[in-house]
Design a protein around this ligand. Structure first.
Ligand code: 5GP
Length: 209
């Protein structure tokens, strides 16, 4: 294969599906936003959820906000690549959108809980299973996590306790991921994530047609 052929395959490769999991307070949303702002080849997978929008969240941009009935209908129609209940609400990723983006050669990044990540890893569709790269983001201890979550100030006490309990359970799953980012400051986290993205994009297995 000539160098020209090699460079040609770079342009025609299938997209990578980056799963980003981590407990509430780990800094996932901030990291995702920065990665999406700075990386033109990265597309955010917009999830469906039954929870209500928070202040500033936009339907069709942050989430598709669905009623319980609408969500259940999509489950029945097998439209979800994965779906799970998190903090009493339903969350799910629509298959078609993700597959279309990957086939288009663009990389997708998903904000996904540990249950959803399990389901995506188990997916038998080759477009998905060949594309998956799973990344876990966490603080090195729960004290720091609690501090960050309290600092966010977006939860009432009941919700806070629920999120903290889920977080403690989620952290136990870090070994199931290929990469684990131990969260430092925003800059450090971004550098580590960017280097994982760059490394995965250079894998020869993804270049050859
Ligand atoms: P939040 O309500 O704070 O936006 O998200 C709560 C949790 O739901 C986070 O852990 C987030 O990773 C997870 N989540 C967001 N979208 C999805 C999704 O499409 N599928 C699954 N399984 N979890 C999701």
């Amino acid at each position: 294969m000539s160098v020209e052929d090699l460079l040609g395959t770079q342009g025609s490769r299938k997209g990578i599906l980056f799963l980003l999991s981590g407990p509430a307070g780990s800094g996932k949303s901030t990291l995702l936003r920065r990665a999406l702002d700075e990386d033109r080849n990265l597309v955010f997978s917009i999830s469906c959820t039954t929870r209500s929008p928070r202040e500033g969240e936009v339907d069709g941009k942050d989430y598709y906000f669905l009623s319980d009935e609408e969500f259940s209908k999509r489950v029945e129609n097998n439209e979800f690549l994965e779906h799970a209940e998190v903090h009493k609400w339903q969350y799910g990723t629509l298959s078609n959108a993700v597959i279309d983006i990957l086939n288009d050669g663009k990389d997708v990044i998903m904000d996904i809980d540990v249950q959803g990540a399990d389901q995506v890893r188990d997916c038998k569709d080759l477009v998905i299973s060949d594309a998956v790269v799973d990344i876990f983001l966490t603080t090195s201890n729960t004290v720091e996590l609690e501090k960050r979550l309290r600092g966010r100030g977006s939860e009432d006490e009941d919700n806070f306790q629920l999120r903290m309990q889920t977080a403690v359970d989620e952290i136990k799953r870090w070994r199931d991921y290929t990469y684990c980012i131990l969260s430092g400051d925003h800059e450090e986290d971004f550098k580590v994530l960017s280097s994982i993205l760059a490394t995965e994009r250079m894998r020869v297995a993804r270049m050859a047609p």
